[in-house]
Design a protein around this ligand. Structure first.
Ligand code: PLP
Length: 447
């Protein structure tokens, strides 16, 4: 049950010889477990050790590691029919089914769909569509944001990950309503909303509304640290978009499909309907690579008569679409999102209790998505993510591994994002492990 077809030594030798990582120095492969089996929220390595998935991998294995009979059947049935049909040449049943279902899951007014393979690609498509549709160039995005690793999506990304990117033209960064290192805009949430919107409007005016195609924001900034927006902020953003004829693009790649206890993160902002929505990860539970760019009725009508002039071979890949459709039926039938909504207060209480660790400066939580900001004794950020790992980061990683907790610390934040199918009992087990790992971090930071 726990063995792979290759011996552990064969796997390690080949991986250490050839496998490169992208977010960290590749020597990290030497200390990684070799996974051979998954079950629900758990993974098992070659030694039989059980690892609890505390991050849903890259916040994407929302339905856990067990592939449902319906999803397996959908994938196999599709493979039995044909190998691949290119989306630009013919119609397929999986595209018809998934796009119809998605139009039902979207608010009225969003009814046209492109289905690329990754979140980055969905954003590339969205950016191209916004520019083509409006005839305008600039895309405004937040500093505290992550939108992907392709050329346009990494240029849209605002945070440190862009260090190595040569930025594509046409992207302008604006301030989030929550800057990272200082308090902004007044003492109350209402004041903060008002000042943030005034500043955004001034940026729009300075950039020239006639040049701005879209405002592209994560509905709930995820990688940047599970940030809740001050009340009324997104409604104000929508109003500015309407006033200046700018498209509102919500990036739902990380939080779409239920992470925050609602189907879409933007549903936390009453009355806000975007013009463009991008999503990925949870669409197939990451069983197969698939993403989605949803656009408004007006944009759909425009592209009915005009070519976008952007493509991807695997756009509307039939097997991935069949997988996504079956996964959506599972999630709807099992009311996975209702489950997240019901567990959210229990989860938040657990996250709140983590704040008793002195290394935790503050916490945030929504749905089954939590985040801790870690601090030093002097209240500073302990390490910047792109810097070499400190002894404290290594001590935390070791303690988490000793607990069998699959998590990572991207200073200053620790994300907590278990698969959405986690039970209340499993949450309790996971948070006990999280406490133990934070005890080690407290000690390593000298508290
Ligand atoms: N947008 C957001 C909000 C994300 O969190 C991510 C990935 O984490 C992406 C886009 C990029 O998605 P992908 O890695 O599938 O290209």
């Amino acid at each position: 049950h726990f063995s792979a077809s290759w011996s552990e030594e064969q796997i390690r030798n080949a991986s250490e010889g050839h496998a490169l990582l992208t977010w960290s120095p590749s020597k990290a492969v030497e200390s990684m477990p070799v996974m051979v089996r998954g079950d629900g929220i758990y993974l098992y390595d070659t030694t039989g050790k059980e690892w609890m998935d505390w991050t849903s991998q890259a916040v994407c294995t929302n339905v856990g590691q067990t592939v449902s009979p319906r999803v397996k059947e959908a994938i196999n049935a599709q493979m039995d029919k044909y190998s691949f049909v290119y989306g630009g040449l013919a119609l397929t049943e999986p595209r018809a089914r998934l796009s119809k279902l998605m139009s039902e899951l979207m608010p009225t007014g969003l009814s046209g769909f492109v289905f690329p393979s990754s979140g980055s690609e969905a954003n590339e498509a969205a950016i191209a569509m916004a520019r083509r549709f409006t005839g305008k160039t600039k895309i405004l995005t937040w500093y505290r944001s992550y939108h992907g690793g392709t050329s346009a999506s990494s240029s849209a990304t605002g945070d440190y990950r862009r260090l190595m990117a040569v930025e594509a033209p046409g992207f302008v960064k604006v301030w989030n309503p929550q800057p990272q290192f200082w308090e902004f805009g007044g003492s109350s949430e209402e004041e903060r909303t008002a000042s943030s919107l005034l500043m955004l409007e001034e940026q729009i005016l300075n950039e020239g509304p006639h040049d701005i195609a879209s405002l592209m924001f994560e509905s709930v900034p995820g990688s940047a640290g599970v940030m809740k927006l001050p009340p009324g902020y997104m409604q104000g953003v929508r109003a500015l978009c309407d006033k200046y004829e700018i498209l509102l693009h919500m990036d739902e790649v990380m939080v779409g499909f239920g992470r925050t206890g609602k189907m879409w993160g933007f549903q936390h902002y009453e009355g806000v309907v975007p013009d463009i929505v991008t999503a990925a990860k949870g669409l197939t539970g990451s069983i197969m690579p698939l993403s989605m760019t949803a656009v408004s009725d007006d944009m759909k009508a425009f592209f009915h008569d005009n070519a976008l002039g952007w493509g991807s071979t695997f756009q509307a890949h039939p097997t991935a679409l069949a997988c996504g459709y079956a996964n959506m039926l599972d999630m709807l039938e099992q009311d996975t999102i209702g489950h997240v909504e019901r567990l959210a207060p229990v989860f938040e209480q657990h996250v709140k209790e983590l704040a008793r660790h002195p290394c935790v400066k503050q916490y945030r939580s929504t749905g089954l998505f939590g985040c801790l900001d870690v601090q030093t004794v002097g209240g500073e950020q302990p390490q910047f993510t792109h810097q070499p790992k400190t002894s404290a980061s290594l001590a935390y990683a070791k303690a988490a591994a000793d607990q069998g907790l699959l998590t990572f610390f991207r200073p200053p934040v620790i994300h907590i994002a278990p698969p959405l199918i986690i039970t209340e009992g499993e949450l309790e087990k996971g948070f006990a492990k999280q406490h133990a790992a934070l005890d080690a971090l407290d000690e390593a930071l000298g508290f």
